[in-house]
Design a binder for this molecule. Structure first.
Ligand code: ADP
Ligand code: MG
Length: 323
């Protein structure tokens, strides 16, 4: 007999992730009751994954559980916030317990790693859609906002860019990634939120954004909000081996510059803190690449090794822009 909604909730969602001392009452009542630490601000963010828009029908459930949480933890990282609680609104076309179990496995593994507790949610029937709301803590004055970049500030990115974009190209059959295909697909399916490095850079970075829609688009948001421009050196963009190989054969820079879904961080660093920032990257063994500078004015320009401007590809993914 298929489980009722309440049995499903009790079985899968009532104890998921860490058990935190700041949760006097978790999932199961009309509301959760939560204790924000004295003197901290609550950072809140929500993201939705819709079947057919954000993932293909039939996508692996465990990976979806991971990714639905990861993209939200990535927003907390980009704010410099320490993750604490999440809620989950799940719309399911049918009760498929094997699917739900696998989804919860992916979700719970990541939640436990970052001491995150699932404290409530909603479960409904309809086309598959997953909304996660994440809650974290940040000291007043330490949040990594988008509106603080100043001319002369340095622009850093974590990790490598374009892997998830190339995975999508490979998955759609438009590029043969050979034996790198599995590695790339993992970057698309299992993004790692950059929590540790963001926490370690809390006092050194002033601003940050996570790269969900592509570097040009997301750095563009920082520029717009801060009323500044930026110059990036194309040769400084960090590339994985498969993306470098793809660029060698195609010259298509839109993949590292404008494809989304990498969930790396783009960080704004005052120039006097460069050495301390690079020391943090080395200590945590997280690649941190200096890709450019904030400039007075507006817009992003890209330069070659000689400092000459390079024409830029169009910006990142926008759900409501014309096709
Ligand atoms: P209500 O009718 O009061 O909204 P629900 O029946 O929607 O209550 O949910 C009952 C309890 O189960 C609530 O505490 C809610 O937070 C929790 N819950 C429901 N769905 C989920 C879910 N997908 N994940 C976590 N908690 C859930
Ligand atoms: Mg409800």
């Amino acid at each position: 007999m298929p489980a009722s909604e309440f049995q499903l909730i009790e079985r899968y969602f009532s104890r998921l992730g860490a058990e935190r001392a700041d949760v006097p009452l978790g999932a199961g009542d009309d509301c959760a009751l939560l204790q924000v630490p004295e003197g901290k601000l609550l950072a809140v963010s929500i993201d939705t994954l819709v079947e057919g828009t954000h993932f293909l029908p039939g996508a692996d459930a465990e990976s979806l559980g991971h990714k639905a949480l990861a993209v939200n933890l990535s927003d907390l990282a980009a704010m410099g916030a320490e993750p604490a609680w999440v809620t989950l609104a799940l719309t399911l076309p049918r009760v498929d317990e094997a699917w739900i179990e696998a989804f919860c496995r992916g979700f719970a593994a990541l939640a436990s790693r970052y001491q995150v507790q699932l404290v409530g949610g909603d479960t409904t029937r309809g086309p598959l859609s997953i909304s996660v709301q994440a809650h974290g803590f940040v000291e007043p004055g330490q949040a990594l906002r988008r509106d603080v970049a100043k001319p002369g500030d340095l622009i850093y990115v974590t990790g490598t860019l374009g892997d998830a974009g190339l995975a999508l190209l490979a998955a759609s059959g438009r590029y043969d990634a050979g034996d790198q295909r599995v590695v790339l697909q993992r970057r698309l399916d299992r993004p790692e939120p950059r929590i540790e490095v963001a926490q370690a850079l809390r006092d050194l970075a002033t601003g940050a954004i996570d790269i969900s829609d592509g570097l040009l688009s997301d750095l563009g948001h920082i520029c717009d909000k801060s009323d500044v421009g930026a110059t990036i050196r194309q040769a400084a963009i960090p590339l994985s081996e498969p993306v470098a190989a793809y660029l060698q054969t195609t010259g298509d820079w839109s993949i590292p510059l404008a494809a989304g879904d990498d969930y790396e961080l783009c960080l704004i660093i005052p120039v006097t803190r460069q050495a301390r920032v690079e020391a943090v990257g080395q200590r945590l063994e997280v690649p941190l690449s200096l890709i450019g500078r904030i400039e007075a004015g507006s817009g992003i320009s890209c330069t070659d090794e000689a400092g000459n401007p390079i024409a830029l590809v169009q910006g990142g993914y926008d759900h409501f822009s014309a096709p």
